[in-house]
Each structure stands twice: as C-alpha cells, then as structure tokens.
Write a protein that binds this ligand. Structure first.
Ligand SMILES: [Zn+2]
Length: 122
C-alpha cells in the first residue's frame, strides 16, 4: 500500500456470522467503478481520486478541494507572520482571488491554462 493512501482507501464491510457473535469486520479492495461523494464540492469521483480524513474516514475530499483546504489552512497559519515566503503566498492568493473574481478560470481557452498553473502554485 502506498503510504499516502491512508487507511480509508480500503472499504470496510461488516459481515455477520454465528461463530463470532454476529459481527466481523473485513477490509476489501474497492471496486473499480466505485465512486465517492466529495464532502466539499458535492461532486462524485472515482474512489482513487479522493482522500479521506484520518479520524473520520467517512469524509472524502476530491484532490481540488483537499488542495483548497490546505491553502486555506496555510493562509490562516500565515496570519500575523512576516517574511518573503508569507508575502509570496499572499500575492499568489490575491492573484488567484482576482482570477476567480473575474471568472477567467472558466474561460474556454485561458481557463484550462490558468487552472494548470494554479495546480502548481503554492
Ligand atoms: Zn471536491
């Protein structure tokens, strides 16, 4: 198992049985066509395209929403801090907000380019 996958990648199934008092937990590999609903954007994704919270594996996030949550956490942590890296992250966040505010990320030609760039930005 890839260390980045985490325990929530496996599907937990409860199987009843007479010998063990009627309950047994097994871990099975997810089906190829299994899908999960992102708890952030409410879209569904293949099970291999979502991540789960460690203590709450029932919560699934798509990669874009996980990236968004990470960025929000970093910006919150940066509040009150100073430095070149903090300043750079703030400038990038302001540029991102301006692009989204103008709806440029949804434009037919430049939108995919901007989203590609965004996936590689801090
Ligand atoms: Zn999502």
């Amino acid at each position: 198992m890839d260390p980045g996958e985490g325990p929530a990648r496996a599907v937990v199934a409860h199987v009843g049985g007479a010998e063990d008092g009627g309950s047994m937990t097994t871990h099975a590999r997810p089906e190829a066509d299994e899908r999960r609903l992102c708890w952030c954007c409410d879209n569904d994704f293949p099970v291999e395209d979502v991540v789960h919270l460690g203590a709450h594996p029932e919560v699934a996030l798509c990669f874009d929403c996980a990236r968004w949550v990470r960025r929000r956490a970093i910006l919150r942590a940066d509040a009150g801090r100073r430095g070149m890296r903090v300043g750079l992250r703030r400038v990038v966040a302001q540029m991102r907000a301006a692009v989204i505010g103008h709806g440029w990320h949804d434009r037919p030609v430049i939108g995919p380019v901007l989203r590609w760039i965004d996936r590689r930005m801090p």
